[in-house]
Ligand binder design. Structure first.
Ligand code: NAD
Ligand code: DAU
Length: 349
């Protein structure tokens, strides 16, 4: 039986990856290590928490000595590293936490794996990263695996730094690694600081939908379960030392995405068509706001036979249905600290 460590498994993408691996691979023991920051929530894993091949450890990846002890005890065969500070706006307000978790935390995991992996046969350190490391595109072009790094926010600079360190450990110590860089995910269990769940929650409560700048910025949207499937394929069949870009082939201007979302929300809430769109409000732009991200994922499609399967409007409708059916979840994550965060971000815009 292989023991696989998944870090950040109580977060948005991590919880989907943990669920997929626990259900599909009974021959693996899945250990989910998470600090449970504001973004981590064990309620995201309620349906699988009693499975015999699942275990949860609450720990901070910044605590290097503790991480080493955990690796000594469990002798992990594989690591899928998702734990991170993930929100760009928070990185603008407070970059330091991003440096600790995203850079030092990643190095601690690499060091702990290096210490226990004397023989690297059958071992893998899989680092989950973002398309934001490539910087911002103009109106044309796509990010490929060979696009030069040009991160623009403290968040993307911290992720770029961790990517470089993972590659450096492969080059220097022959650490068996693989990296993937993905575009914007959407789906269930996403913390409502991100555009789609924040807007769903605001529309539900008749609050304004804050659109940064003119809403002209473009993102490529991928359904989170498609991302989890890509991670599964890369973990099992990716080439050691390689990088894979993951994208949804689904570029949208923020304002156009929000208009689609408003239409779906009006239908689901049985409101007169056009009601939700009135909530759209243009606010002060994000500092250093990247204009456009777009991914060329043809390497992954060709080599590992993966492609995005969920059509955006259908995925968005499923996502809306999930949030409306899980109002308790939303209430829990938006109480307390969240309100302070929301005021600090949006009252001054
Ligand atoms: P998230 O913020 O929802 O979850 C992050 C998880 O990491 C949380 O459970 C949190 O408790 C945990 N964590 C944070 N700091 C920790 C620490 N010091 N020690 C242990 N655990 C800690 O993030 P997400 O959106 O699910 O993103 C997961 C990963 O995927 C990140 O590495 C992110 O950079 C990357 N990514 C995200 C997207 C996206 O659209 N959300 C796209 C591409 C890549
Ligand atoms: O591209 C991958 C990245 O996608 C991941 O690495 C990040 O972890 C993830 O947070 C996401 O980053 P973005 O900054 O693109 O996501 P966010 O949901 O914060 O914003 C999406 C777009 O919407 C962006 O152009 C900013 C804009 N926006 C966001 C919020 C929260 C608004 O206009 N209003 C808002 O209130």
């Amino acid at each position: 039986m292989k023991t696989i460590l998944i870090t950040g498994g109580a977060g948005f993408i991590g919880s989907h990856v943990v669920r997929r691996f626990v259900k599909n691979y009974p021959q693996y023991k899945i250990v989910n290590l998470d600090k449970l920051t504001y973004a981590g929530n064990l309620a995201n894993l309620k349906d699988i928490e009693k499975e015999p091949n699942y275990e949860f450890i609450r720990a901070d990846i910044v605590a290097g000595e503790l991480i080493k002890k955990i690796f000594q005890k469990y002798r992990f065969d594989g690591v899928i590293h998702l734990a991170a500070e993930s929100h760009v706006d928070r990185s603008i307000a407070n970059p330091t936490e991003f440096i600790y978790t995203n850079i030092i935390g990643t190095v601690n995991l690499l060091n702990a794996a290096r210490e226990i992996w004397e023989h690297t046969e059958g071992k893998l350190f899989y680092h989950i990263s973002t398309d934001e490391v490539y910087g911002s595109l103009g109106s044309s072009g796509l990010f490929t695996e060979t696009t030069s790094y040009d991160p623009q926010s403290p968040y993307s600079a911290s992720k770029a730094s961790s990517d470089h360190l993972v590659r450096a450990y492969h080059n220097t110590y022959k650490m068996p690694v693989v990296i993937s860089n993905c575009s914007n995910n959407y789906g269930s269990f996403q913390f409502p600081e991100k555009l789609i769940p924040l807007s769903i929650n605001n529309i539900r409560n008749n609050k304004l939908i804050p659109v940064y700048g003119k809403g002209e910025n473009i993102r490529d949207w991928l359904y989170v379960e498609d991302h989890a499937e890509a991670i599964d394929k890369i973990f099992h069949s990716g080439k050691i030392g390689d990088t894979y870009n993951i994208g949804g082939n689904n570029e949208l201007k923020n304002i156009d995405l929000l208009k689609v979302l408003c239409r779906i929300m009006d239908q689901k809430l049985r409101r007169t068509a056009g009601t939700s769109e009135h909530l759209i409000t243009f606010v002060k732009d994000r500092a250093g706001h990247d204009l456009r991200y777009a991914i060329d994922s043809s390497k992954l499609q060709k080599e590992l036979k993966w492609k995005p399967s969920v059509v955006f409007e259908q995925g968005l409708e499923k996502t809306v249905e999930w949030y409306l059916a899980n109002e308790e979840w939303m209430k829990n994550v938006t109480s307390g600290e969240y309100l302070k965060y929301y005021d600090s971000q949006y009252n001054k815009r």
